[in-house]
Design a protein around this ligand. Structure first.
Ligand SMILES: Cc1cc2nc3c(=O)[nH]c(=O)nc-3n(C[C@H](O)[C@H](O)[C@H](O)COP(=O)(O)OP(=O)(O)OC[C@H]3O[C@@H](n4cnc5c(N)ncnc54)[C@H](O)[C@@H]3O)c2cc1C
Length: 465
């Protein structure tokens, strides 16, 4: 951990002492905006289903209809066909990050000190099997989902960091990962990126159209007996042996719940001191020929080594997605804002900055038409660790939240873990770093907002490694 992070954690812990007072002053409200992503544009005929009207009961009620919610509904209803599963989504399926992301379906490639090869091999194998499961589900149900699994690049933008990347790739290959280091010259010939000094190619990763996947699963879930209510925000959770959920036009009495609300979780009163929502701004070009126009001959996409990460992937129609790329490409809004409510001028400024980010890596993208511009909400934790487990006096509040920008694969594994946890048959997941983890507390407002601003100023243009 570097000095900056140490300072951040220490001051966050100190300012967290203000929670008992500040937590009451700054109450929160759920805000959800429309999904304007390239992925949403690829499901133009999707209509959200009707809201809950009246009261109902359930054995398990899942709050949130993104990857986490849908994967839990899928695995749980297959394991327990006799149990009643209800899924409540505030807007429409895949309206959150799952339908707005950069599309990269990544493996977790650990390289922490001290090294633990046995654990690292297990972490990698778990995420790689998670991608296998996504593919298997698409095939099993003949889902109309575009995806590719021809590899993604982790790009290094200084010679020293490329050296680090090289060593990392060698270690990861030694624990069984399908990775290799691509040096600067080979990279320039196959995936031309201005300023890139080398990259690690992970052949087992790829890209997934999240809207097609999540929305494509709706009829499958219904067939498996899941009751799905879209346009149904949960307004209140009252815990007990039977949990009561209040929605605008009806209540659910349920034996257990799953919080599958990632960046929106604090709005239900949970994990207010653990997760904070950050908005990432994204663009997608009109369809192009990336090989001819940009020199991007192969592979699904890349992400870089900066703290304010740039990420990019290519859809099957040839649209280039690009997100982040500078401190302007990411935003925290006071009091855990889950939407970007910038003025027209601010939106234009942000969008221009993201476009410049793409052009920095791909100068030939200058002048290319931008077809979509959108933003999406991630759930971040201070140590960037996932929170997955069960809590509550009656041991019936399950959660999988805080996926920190790398959730496409792990949210889909989360449904399997939560189902096993519910059944008490979860030994195989114990010991993995995304299981029942603790967290470093995040301070309340106004310290949180001020802290984000200060940290952004200090770390905004620094590398991650
Ligand atoms: C712009 C962007 C780019 C990203 N790029 C990548 C990437 O390239 N690769 C990668 O691995 N990860 C990426 N991520 C992260 C990844 O998309 C997320 O980790 C993942 O989609 C989270 O899925 P989820 O189901 O947990 O949450 P979400 O998809 O956010 O779903 C939560 C759902 O809960 C609903 N909800 C919230 N509150 C309530 C309530 N009170 N009642 C009912 N419903 C509620 C919301 O409407 C939402 O639909 C990106 C994220 C963003 C935002």
């Amino acid at each position: 951990m570097n000095l900056l992070s140490r300072g951040l954690f220490a001051s966050a812990s100190l300012a967290s002492l203000a929670w008992p007072v500040a937590g009451r002053i700054f109450s929160e409200k759920l805000e959800i905006d429309e999904n304007r992503s390239v992925w949403a544009a690829s499901t133009p005929d999707y209509q959200p289903g009707p809201p809950l009207a009246g009261d109902t009961t359930a054995d398990l009620a899942i709050i949130g209809g993104g990857f986490t919610g849908v994967s839990t509904a899928y695995h749980f209803s297959r394991r327990y066909p006799e149990k009643r599963v209800v899924l409540l989504e505030a807007a429409s399926l895949a309206n959150g990050a799952s339908g707005r992301n950069g599309g990269m379906m990544l493996n977790w490639l650990p390289y922490d000190s001290p090294r633990n090869p046995a654990l690292d091999a297990l972490i990698y194998a778990t995420t790689n099997a998670g991608i296998d499961t996504i593919e298997e589900i698409i095939r099993r149900h003949s889902l109309p989902v575009s995806y590719r699994r021809d590899g993604t690049l982790s790009v290094f933008t200084s010679p020293a960091r490329a050296e680090y990347g090289h060593a990392k790739a060698e270690y990861q290959a030694s624990i069984g990962a399908q990775v290799e280091f691509i040096d600067r010259a080979a990279l320039a010939a196959r995936f031309r990126l201005e300023g890139a000094q080398g990259a690690v190619l992970d052949r087992g990763s790829g890209q997934l159209n999240g809207c097609q996947y999540v929305r494509g699963l709706r009829p499958v879930l219904v067939e498996q007996g899941v009751a799905i209510y879209e346009q149904t925000p949960v307004l209140k959770v009252e815990e007990g042996r039977t949990i009561s959920l209040t929605t605008p036009n009806g209540r659910v009495q349920t034996g257990a719940i799953v919080l599958a609300t990632n960046g929106y979780t604090s709005k239900l009163g949970y994990f207010r001191d653990a997760i904070f929502p950050v908005v990432s701004h994204v663009i997608a070009t009109a369809p192009l020929n990336p090989a001819q126009q940009l020199g991007w001959q192969e592979w699904a996409g890349f992400y870089d080594d900066m703290d304010r990460i740039s990420y990019s992937s290519i859809t099957s129609e040839g649209q280039v997605i690009f997100g982040g790329g500078s401190p302007i490409g990411w935003a925290y809004t006071f009091n855990n804002g889950t939407c970007f409510n910038g003025s027209q001028a601010e939106t234009a400024r942000v969008s221009a900055s993201v476009e410049r980010g793409l052009q920095r890596y791909a100068p030939d993208a200058q002048g290319v038409t931008i077809a979509q511009r959108w933003s999406g909400t991630l759930g971040l934790t201070l140590r960037r660790n996932i929170l997955l487990g069960v809590r509550g006096e009656h041991h019936n509040v399950f959660y999988a939240v805080g996926f920190n920008g790398h959730g496409v694969t792990l949210t889909n594994v989360a449904g399997q873990i939560l189902t096993d946890m519910y059944s008490g048959d979860d030994q195989m997941w114990r010991g993995l770093p995304f299981y029942q983890d603790s967290y470093t507390p995040i301070p309340p407002e106004p310290f949180r907002w001020a802290g984000y601003k200060i940290f952004s100023q200090l770390s905004g243009h620094l590398p991650r490694y």
